[in-house]
Design a protein around this ligand. Structure first.
Ligand code: ADE
Length: 250
């Protein structure tokens, strides 16, 4: 997959794209990252990227020309044969989720435009972006953190990026449930023991315990997720029995 990020703050992505799974993904040629400075696509002396809103009001609006020009300049001749998404990060977009991350992981190219100031000229929304994504119901001062969130969640779903396919399969949200509690050594830390079942070596029992914990945790913290989760009759009984007031590690 090729990911291009258009931003006014390219420096913000320096460490991000050269650490951890990204570095490995790039080295293994599973992902190609390119960061572009929108300011480089202006033609005036002061490299102006924003202007006052027509009709008045607070704040500035990002001008359309540099953004269109940046996208046009990074388009490839073979893009028409590929699955390409041009994403604008904006609080007005559809709400990002693991399902959307999985959907985007199927694309050949993602071009992510980071919005800024009070907004982006509506012609970018209407005539350039093919998707608009919000990472939550709050307003950031810029779309860069949102672009990183999207890039991170999508990249780790690309086959081969994570060490083993297992590690993404058990993630919170991948089965519509929050993830079960995880422990590592030591078995006793301060006064707190690792649940005995995890030390038992009985993989069947461990899998059952984890599933139960995932359901209990989801019922407690994010009960609305259970509406979409696939639960057995017995698990539904567990949710109804335990309701929302369950201690996490019974
Ligand atoms: N830009 C500002 N706020 C945002 C949000 N919540 N999601 C995506 N982009 C944004």
């Amino acid at each position: 997959m090729r990911i291009d990020i258009l931003t006014l703050f390219p420096k913000m992505f320096e460490d991000f794209s050269s650490t951890g799974i990204f570095q490995r993904a790039v080295e293994n040629k599973l992902v190609e990252f390119n960061i572009w400075n929108i300011r480089d696509y202006t033609h005036d002396k002061h490299h102006v990227v924003d202007d006052y809103p027509y009709g008045g009001g607070a704040g500035m609006v990002m001008k359309p020309e540099p953004i269109f020009e940046a996208v046009e300049s990074i388009r490839q001749p073979d893009d028409n044969d590929k699955k390409v998404s041009i994403i604008l990060t904006t609080p007005q977009g559809r709400l990002f989720s693991q399902t959307i991350a999985a959907e985007l992981a199927e694309y050949d190219r993602l071009i992510i435009i980071c919005g800024h100031y009070e907004g982006v000229d509506e012609r970018v929304h209407r005539h350039l972006a093919t998707d608009e994504i919000s990472i939550g119901d709050y307003v950031l001062s810029g779309g860069e953190p949102a672009a990183m969130v999207i890039t991170d969640a999508v990249t780790r779903l690309i086959p081969g990026v994570l060490g083993s396919d297992e590690s993404a399969k058990d993630d919170s949200h991948s089965a519509g449930l929050l993830e079960y509690p995880q422990y590592t050594r030591p078995p006793l830390f301060k006064d707190w023991e690792v649940p005995e079942i995890l030390l038992s070596g009985n993989h069947g029992e461990i899998a059952r315990w984890r599933r139960r914990q995932a359901i209990i945790r989801t019922a407690e913290r994010r009960p609305e997720l259970l509406d979409k989760a696939e639960l057995s009759a017995e698990e539904i009984k567990l949710v109804n029995e335990k309701g929302k007031k369950v201690s996490p590690e019974e």
